[in-house]
Each structure stands twice: as structure tokens, then as C-alpha cells.
Design a protein around this ligand. Structure first.
Ligand SMILES: Nc1ncnc2c1ncn2[C@@H]1O[C@H](COP(=O)(O)OP(=O)(O)OP(=O)(O)O)[C@@H](O)[C@H]1O
Length: 342
């Protein structure tokens, strides 16, 4: 990564202090986001994707607490900011989109009023100027008949159109970073693709960075530049989309790739889900959290958590798997070319 990152997360640890014990939701997560890039964070449900982003935004609910770590955004550590500064930053420099627009939109107000209010809250401009900006934003996210649609109520929009409204709101203050948490999960496959491609076009045009969280590795193949794969509250593998799809180096990533539909295929291919269930985060295993489900697990995997091994000099790919240790056995497709072992 040549340019300094817009966001640099280092050793982030977040836990929930529940009655039954400490839920270690995020266990030492580090990654960078370059200005203007789309980073995908993928992993099965419960792997810690949302809590990582909620921690960065300092929006943890209930008993959640950031235990350790830094999130340097545009030169300042978000963990050090006071609540007012953080509230200013959210919605201004960092935009957010969540899964279900219906829970974020007020059903009793027209979408136009809600977009205008958002703009006025963050910018000192008149209502008339804010309305003009709202129309521009609706045009930007390709809501047809933008001026008229401002008068509509949320229930008068389809799911895809409501998500476009949320994107317009998130973009209203020209954020440098947009965090989108499962923005298309509730939508059907064709609309998902349209919204993701729209996000990519907007990112290209506006030059902002995007973090796109999804449990579906297939949907992000077309739109992201790099991918972080999470499991058991940790980064298991990360690298460019091209590298990760061509040569996944972690058995978990390989399992994910086999278990998610690939939108590029048009028709869904046959899927093989990963057998087993994710770890209990109250008492996570002392070794690799994926070991109990891993077909290649060795004794060492149950003993200690592997480091993130760099894959090659020229590449940015790293994988947290003991099979990349110099003395590990060679396994086709993980740490050795298929032909070499077969
Ligand atoms: N309020 C809470 N109290 C206790 N534990 C929680 C709470 N919220 C989340 N967790 C736990 O934190 C861990 C990470 O959850 P997180 O929502 O980040 O997963 P995720 O990868 O985003 O999954 P999904 O795709 O389902 O949203 C899970 O083990 C979850 O049970």
C-alpha cells in the first residue's frame, strides 16, 4: 500500500461483559484502509465484523467495551476523542449504512425531510440549499424523479430504493470513509448487485474509501479492492481480491469460497457449507479458533494461535495458519501448488 492509510486499526480488542462471562468479540484485529479503496470484511455470522466497525465508530451498545487498541483515522486516534468530537466525526467524515433501512428511517416523515434534516444537522446551510443538495444526492444515487420522490414516505419505496436513500444520506457530507455493514443482505440478488455496483461507481466518482462488511464472499468479488477475512474475532487472512480468489491461503477462506454463491456465475453454483460451528467467544480455544472445523488441523493448531504469515515478498497477502510455518507439512492448495504435492 503506497499511500498512507485513511484508517489504521491496530490490535483492536472488544469484549461484552455479559452475566455468563466476558464475550471476547474482537481479539486483536489490525488492518489498514487506503484512501479511495474498497475494503471488504467477510466472515460467517458472529466472526466479529460488525463489532469491529461498531468499535471503530464507538457505537458499542449494552455491555460492550473496547479493551485495547487504536483506530487512527486521518491522523487522529478515534479511541482518544471525546464523545462530542466523535459524534461530529460520525456522519461528517465517516458515513455509515446499515443492513435494514426501515429501522434507520423514520416511517412518519417523508424521506426528503429526513435527508434535509441530516444535511442541516451537519452543515450550516439554509433549508432551501439543503433541499437542493438532497435532490442532487437522490440524482447521484439514481433515484428516478428525484424532486418528486423527496415527498414520499419510506414505505412507498422498494427495499433497493430505500437503501439508495440511506446511501444518499450517508454521502450528504462528503465522507472520507463510508462504512457499509451488510447493506444488501435484505435485498434480492439482482438488486444486491445493482446497489453494490452503485457503491463502487460512487466511490470511484467521489474518491472516498469504503469498508464493506458482508458474510458473503461472493457478492464482493466484483466491487472490492482488498479483503479481510475474519473468524473467531480475528483476522484469518487478508489480501487483494485477485490474490485471495486465485490463491486463498487459509483453509477457512477456502471453505468460505466453496460455501458462498458467486454472483458472477449468474446461476448459483453448488455450495458446500463449512461443517461445524463457530467457537464460543466466552471461552475461545487457546489455539487457532478454526482448528476444530479444519480438515488440515495439526497438534500445534490446538496449542497456540498462529501469527499472520506474509505470503510473498511482492504481495500484501497474509494468512494466520500454522501450515505456513517453515517446518509445517506441505498441503496442496494451502502452502504448496497442487501439482507439487499431487
Ligand atoms: N450485545 C452483545 N452482548 C454479548 N455479545 C455480543 C453482543 N453483540 C455481539 N456479541 C457477540 O460478539 C461476537 C461478534 O459479533 P458480530 O456482530 O461482530 O459478528 P458479525 O461477524 O458481524 O456477524 P453477523 O454477520 O451475524 O452480523 C459474536 O460472538 C456475538 O455473539
Amino acid at each position: 500500500m503506497s499511500r498512507p492509510p485513511i484508517l489504521s486499526v491496530r490490535n483492536l480488542r472488544t469484549s461484552f461483559f455479559a452475566q455468563r462471562g466476558e464475550v471476547q468479540a474482537v481479539r486483536g484485529v489490525s488492518f489498514d484502509v487506503a484512501p479511495g479503496e474498497i475494503l471488504g470484511i467477510v466472515g460467517e455470522s458472529g466472526s466479529g465484523k460488525s463489532i469491529t466497525c461498531m468499535s471503530i465508530l464507538r457505537l458499542l451498545k449494552s455491555t460492550g467495551r473496547i479493551v485495547d487498541g487504536q483506530a487512527i483515522f486521518d491522523g487522529q486516534d478515534l479511541m482518544e476523542l471525546d464523545e462530542n468530537a466523535m459524534a461530529d466525526l460520525r456522519g461528517n467524515d465517516i458515513g455509515m449504512i446499515f443492513q435494514d433501512p426501515m429501522t434507520s428511517l423514520n416511517p412518519t416523515l417523508s424521506v426528503g425531510e429526513q435527508v434535509v434534516e441530516t444535511i442541516i444537522r451537519h452543515r450550516r446551510i439554509s433549508r432551501a440549499e439543503a433541499r437542493k443538495r438532497a435532490i442532487e444526492l437522490f440524482e447521484l444515487v439514481r433515484i428516478p424523479s428525484a424532486a418528486q420522490r423527496l415527498k414520499s414516505f419510506p414505505h412507498e419505496f422498494s427495499g433497493g430504493m430505500r437503501q439508495r436513500v440511506m446511501i444518499a444520506m450517508a454521502l450528504s457530507c462528503d465522507p472520507k470513509l463510508l462504512i457499509a455493514d451488510e447493506p444488501t443482505t435484505a435485498l434480492d440478488v439482482t438488486i444486491q448487485r445493482q446497489i453494490l455496483l452503485l457503491l463502487k461507481q460512487l466511490q470511484n466518482r467521489l474518491g472516498m474509501a469504503v469498508i464493506l462488511i458482508t458474510h458473503d464472499l461472493g457478492v464482493i468479488a466484483e466491487v472490492t479492492d482488498r479483503i479481510v477475512v475474519m473468524y473467531g474475532g480475528m483476522v484469518m487472512e487478508q489480501g487483494s481480491v485477485t490474490e485471495l480468489f486465485a490463491h486463498p491461503r487459509h483453509p477457512y477462506t477456502q471453505g468460505l469460497l466453496r460455501s458462498v454463491p458467486d454472483l458472477r456465475d449468474g446461476e448459483h453454483t453448488r455450495l458446500t457449507p463449512i461443517a461445524g460451528t463457530p467457537p464460543d467467544m466466552i471461552q475461545p480455544p487457546p489455539g487457532c479458533p478454526f482448528a476444530p472445523r479444519c480438515v488440515h488441523a495439526m497438534k500445534q493448531c490446538d496449542i497456540a494461535i498462529p501469527p499472520l504469515y506474509p505470503m510473498a515478498e511482492a504481495s500484501d497477502q497474509t494468512a494466520r495458519c500454522w501450515l505456513h510455518h517453515a517446518q509445517a507439512p506441505r498441503v496442496a492448495g494451502v502452502n504448496a501448488p497442487t501439482a507439487e504435492v499431487a
